[in-house]
Design a binder for this molecule. Structure first.
Ligand SMILES: Nc1ncnc2c1ncn2[C@@H]1O[C@H](COP(=O)(O)OP(=O)(O)OP(=O)(O)O)[C@@H](O)[C@H]1O
Length: 361
């Protein structure tokens, strides 16, 4: 069956994705954010095109220990539990909750218990289309053992598994077809660079904007990948690592973003934790977005993924960049109030309520 009919995507895209980048967004796209209908139908002609996330899905196995075991020693954990994570899964789960149109995750899991945990958790998170999450034979699902110490420190061991080994020698043509019909392609760095490059090439060829979240492996970002990215989104540490420049002050970040422009990335969206965020578009004044203060900061895990994904959701709706950043800051502010990554990601109505109340403050 042709992909188009299998996915029941509208034949005509509501707005050319490139319009969002060039700033030539139609007037209709400047409408305020609208509420998410009770059920999102792909066949709705006026639904925004899909958010497509290509990335990792990881089973995060948390063990609470008093101390790390010595070589040859066995220690008993005080508690243990497993949660779905991985930057790809996190960003897809967030898109699923926030986007008016569909959100797809393209990922590889193993044919094992962790793979089933991931599929179940993503189905439970709601709103994410899992048609393109495939079980890779012969590779375990990506997983991480997170050892949590009483003082809040942690030690982590990651098994890349299917995230790294589960892709065939070339990306599945059906995945590439889906990407060509997307409103935005969202990438991170927890799958092989060659996969990111192939899917970014497909997006670029179809005029679909590509956002690369710098989070994940800390190996250098290949120049070929950077050259295909429309918006590069690092936090301050990742920006410093990429450019070899200091990123402590706003002016230093501005300089480092300028170095990224020289590497071929036109837009750099920097996440600055409790200092907010800033977007550096080549040749334009930076746009600064302060945080929307949280009543109580419980756990910032997943705040970066929430921010990037929410930004992408607003971008697909044709919102101006400043509004995309405000929407993302509101979503991330809600995320830091609840423990965990996927469990803390807000739904659209909560973000809109916060935006409304923040407006009148
Ligand atoms: N204390 C806070 N209060 C409100 N919003 C916050 C707070 N900390 C972070 N945020 C929001 O979350 C966004 C992303 O956070 P951060 O810069 O920590 O991302 P990150 O380093 O990529 O995160 P991580 O990798 O831990 O998910 C910030 O730009 C900000 O909008």
């Amino acid at each position: 069956m042709a992909l188009e009919s299998r996915l029941r995507l509208p034949l005509a895209r509501p707005a050319p994705a490139t319009a969002f980048l060039s700033g030539s967004v139609s007037k209709a796209n400047h409408l305020p954010f609208s509420l998410k209908p009770a059920s999102t139908s792909l066949s709705a002609a006026n639904a925004p095109p899909p958010v497509v996330v290509v990335g990792s899905a990881n089973a995060d196995i948390y063990v609470e220990v008093d101390r790390l075991p010595l070589v040859g020693e066995t220690v008993a954990a005080r508690a243990g539990h497993s949660l779905a994570g991985g930057k790809g899964a996190n960003q897809a789960a967030c898109g699923g909750r926030l986007a008016l149109g569909p959100t797809y995750l393209v990922a590889r899991v193993g044919d094992d218990a962790n793979g089933r945990l991931l599929e179940g958790a993503l189905a439970h998170a709601g709103g994410v289309r899992l048609d393109r999450v495939a079980r890779a034979p012969g590779a375990p699902s990506g997983h991480a053992v997170v050892m949590l110490m009483p003082d809040g420190q942690n030690s982590i061991i990651i098994v890349g598994g299917a995230n790294m080994e589960g892709w065939a020698t070339a990306v599945d043509p059906e995945d590439l077809d889906l990407i060509r019909q997307a409103g935005v392609l969202l990438l991170q760095r927890e799958i092989p660079d060659w996969v990111n490059i192939q899917v970014a090439q497909a997006a670029k060829g179809a005029g679909v904007p590509v956002i690369l979240d710098a989070g994940g492996m800390d190996a250098p970002v290949p120049g070929e990948l950077l050259g295909l990215v429309d918006i590069f989104s690092p936090n301050e540490t990742e920006l410093a690592r990429l450019t070899g420049m200091p990123t402590e002050t706003f002016e230093q970040i501005n300089q480092a973003a300028g170095a990224c422009h020289k590497m071929g990335v036109k837009e750099v969206l920097v996440k600055r934790g409790s200092q907010g965020s800033a977007l550096f578009v080549e040749g334009e004044d930076p746009i600064r977005q302060p945080i929307i203060p949280a009543t109580e900061v419980v756990d910032t895990t997943g705040a970066g993924d929430t921010f990037t994904s929410a930004f992408a959701v607003a971008l697909v709706e044709g919102k101006p960049k400043k509004e995309c950043m405000r929407f993302a800051a509101a979503a991330a502010s809600l995320c830091v109030r609840i423990k965990g990554a996927i469990p803390s990601m807000p739904d659209r109505n909560a973000v809109m309520s916060l935006l409304e109340s923040a407006q009148v403050e």
